[in-house]
Write a protein that binds this ligand. Structure first.
Ligand code: UDP
Ligand code: MG
Length: 334
């Protein structure tokens, strides 16, 4: 096991996409917290195909402090995948993913670690408030957490991002989940274990802008719901059943009415309504089946989750997620 080879206590995992203006301040704050904790640590930074000088900055910091390690992706794979890679590469007895934009205060790491030392396996950091976010963002986030909370078969804690502490046994369980659609909040909840929660106030972004527009968030929400619930697929069976029962009753009524008062021609409006309504429902259900089918297709292709162009500071590749571990080692720089 990698953790035995390299006895690091804390691994901080940071996904970064175009975060150049935040890096110096991020390390300043994270390192001062880690120093106070006086423990052995590593900071695993995953550069998710940034187009600015994020990689250059990270490598400079790696030379200054070898505990800062860098994984450089071959392109942008998205935050969830970057986080997965960081967790794969982390060797610590506890792993803490944190955003690079300092929306999650690094000072909270002390509280997370204290709870972990009390014996919890997962320590969630839940947002009490979200500063610097519009009411619309807060409204949609709440709607999302309510929807997924009522649909998912595992309870997903609301207002809890990826900032949390994971014990080594949780990390090892997470690594066994092979799915490509990686809705990390859900996966963290799915593995279970002994969980605790600490509260914090979410800060506005330090510098830069978020890359998550509403279309991306909508797709992220779809990923979450389809990965953790079959309800959207199942519900149409019941809708179909109710519509057929109502139609049957209506058909009976029409037969009786025709018998009593003879044939009556008008009916265009009701016919059109029925056809359009049913047509609409059929397209909707096809769309939902498509959402699931697309994801099944994604899974069966079995492509590697991510490709690493080079890495800095690691002794050896940690997972089979790198397609070709030989080429990985060749390009590795120490
Ligand atoms: N991020 C990433 N890849 C992406 C988009 C974002 O690694 O494609 C990182 C980003 O650098 C940051 C974290 O994910 O560290 C959260 O991103 P952001 O602040 O844009 O999201 P928000 O806080 O709005 O959810
Ligand atoms: Mg952010």
């Amino acid at each position: 096991m990698a953790s035995n080879l390299n006895p690091v206590e804390l691994s901080i995992v940071v996904p970064l996409y175009n975060e150049e203006p935040n890096i110096d301040y991020l390390f300043e704050r994270v390192e001062s917290v880690l120093k106070r904790l006086s423990t052995s640590y590593e900071i695993v930074c995953v550069n998710d195909g940034s187009r600015d000088n994020t990689l250059k900055c990270l490598v400079e910091h790696h030379h200054r402090n070898p505990a800062i390690k860098v994984v450089n992706f071959s392109r942008n794979f998205g935050k969830e995948i970057a986080l997965t890679a960081g967790i794969d590469y982390a060797t610590g007895a506890a792993v803490i993913p944190i955003d690079a934009d300092l929306q999650d205060p690094p000072e909270l790491i002390e509280e997370l670690v204290a709870k972990w030392r009390e014996g919890y396996d997962v320590v969630n950091a839940t947002r009490r408030s979200r500063a610097g976010e519009t009411w619309f963002k807060r409204f949609t986030a709440n709607a999302f957490y309510n929807t997924i909370g009522s649909m998912s078969r595992v309870p997903i804690p609301p207002n809890t991002g990826d900032f949390r502490l994971l014990d080594r046994r949780v990390v090892d369980s997470l690594k066994k989940l092979p799915e490509r659609t990686r809705f990390m909040k859900g996966l963290f909840a799915w593995v279970g274990y002994k969980q605790a929660t600490v509260m914090f106030d979410r800060q506005p972004r330090h510098q830069g802008t978020t890359t998550w527009n509403y279309w991306r968030l909508w797709n992220f929400a779809l990923d979450g719901i389809t990965s953790f619930s079959f309800l959207p697929l199942k519900v149409w069976g019941y809708v179909g059943l109710s519509i057929s029962s109502i139609s049957l009753v209506y058909a009976g009524y029409l037969v009786i009415r025709t018998l009593i008062s003879g044939i009556d021609v008008p009916g265009y409006a009701s016919l059109m309504v029925a056809i359009l309504f049913l047509g609409g429902i059929q397209l909707l259900t096809l769309g939902i089946i498509g959402e699931y089918l697309g994801r099944v297709y994604e899974e069966v292709k079995g492509r590697p989750l991510y490709l690493v162009r080079e890495s800095y500071g690691f002794d050896q590749p940690q997972t089979e997620n790198n397609v070709n571990s030989n080429s990985f080692e060749e390009s590795q720089k120490q």
